[in-house]
Design a protein around this ligand. Structure first.
Ligand code: G3P
Length: 219
């Protein structure tokens, strides 16, 4: 399973990248706003910086919601760097735009996906990635992981090549559940990725090894 980090924060991206296991980055307009990145030029410069840090796919989302606007913006984003994947919302104009981008060889991430029907349309349009939002479904007492599992099953059954990118991941446990559901990618906050390292038996085992070493070898 590939790991992306879900942030526009350069320090967190560097930290995750330095772990040596990062495969890419996803951003969205809310995450860009959280970093205080204002204006189109600054946003594009920020995407460039992210692409320079990480040798992997970087999702950059279009703001336009009409077909022509999405095409213009997506082509400009894709031209910034070969790492860029154009992120497009799962609305009617978005599905048409994904089809266009697919024909032009521009990679896409169909975002804000909350049902298998939406995921089917994204795959038929040729999306590189589809992003079911796990946490946001859990927030409304639905089951985000079940949706990931259902999309994975559907894509395998019909042979779609679109990769299932589990998004809105909120915890380490979500990542484990994504593995079980067969997600191709999980895009996660840094804390959730680092949570994978934690196990009390690792900590106590290491403490015992070091104490035993010191008993014989001294400090
Ligand atoms: O990748 C989408 C993600 O950023 C949304 O996460 O936590 O705002 O639902 P969240």
């Amino acid at each position: 399973m590939k790991f992306f980090i879900d942030t526009a924060n350069l320090d967190q991206i560097r930290e995750a990248n330095n772990l040596g296991v990062l495969d890419g980055v996803t951003t969205n307009p809310s995450l860009m706003a959280k970093e205080g990145i204002k204006g189109v030029e600054n946003q594009r410069a920020h995407y460039q910086k992210i692409c320079e840090i990480v040798d992997g796919d970087v999702s950059a989302e279009v703001i336009a919601t009409d077909y022509e606007g999405m095409i213009k913006e997506g082509e400009e984003l894709a031209a910034l760097n070969p790492h860029i994947v154009v992120k497009v919302p799962c609305i009617e104009a978005g599905i048409k735009a994904i089809k266009y981008f697919t024909e032009e060889g521009i990679r896409t991430n169909c975002t804000l996906v909350f049902s298998r029907g939406q995921a089917l349309l994204a795959a038929k349009a040729g999306a590189t990635y589809v992003s079911p939002f796990v946490g946001r479904l859990d927030d409304i007492s639905s089951d985000g992981i079940e949706l990931v599992r259902g999309i994975v099953e559907m894509y395998h059954y019909y042979g779609y090549e679109t990769q299932v990118l589990a998004a809105s991941i909120r915890s380490t446990q979500h990542i484990i559940q994504c593995i079980e559901a067969g997600a191709d990618v999980a895009t996660c906050p840094l804390a959730a990725i680092k949570g994978l390292l934690k196990h009390p038996l690792t900590d106590s085992g290491l403490a015992t090894f070091l104490a035993d070493y010191k008993k014989v070898n001294g400090d």
